[in-house]
Design a protein around this ligand. Sequence first.
Ligand SMILES: [Zn+2]
Length: 59
Amino acid sequence: MPDHIDMAVEISDLYLERRIRAARQPVPIGVPGECEQCYEDSPRLVGGRCAPCRDGKRR
Ligand SMILES: [Zn+2]
């Protein structure tokens, strides 16, 4: 029985560590390409959208 408890603790520690690591992911840096929303070339698309579209601002 104690072995099973140790294993469960180990597994939950691993899970927690993975979640912490995922939360530490840096802000997406973006990629150059064509915006999905305004079809303009942008040097930094995040989620397929350029900065003005993400901010909800028109140039
Ligand atoms: Zn755009």
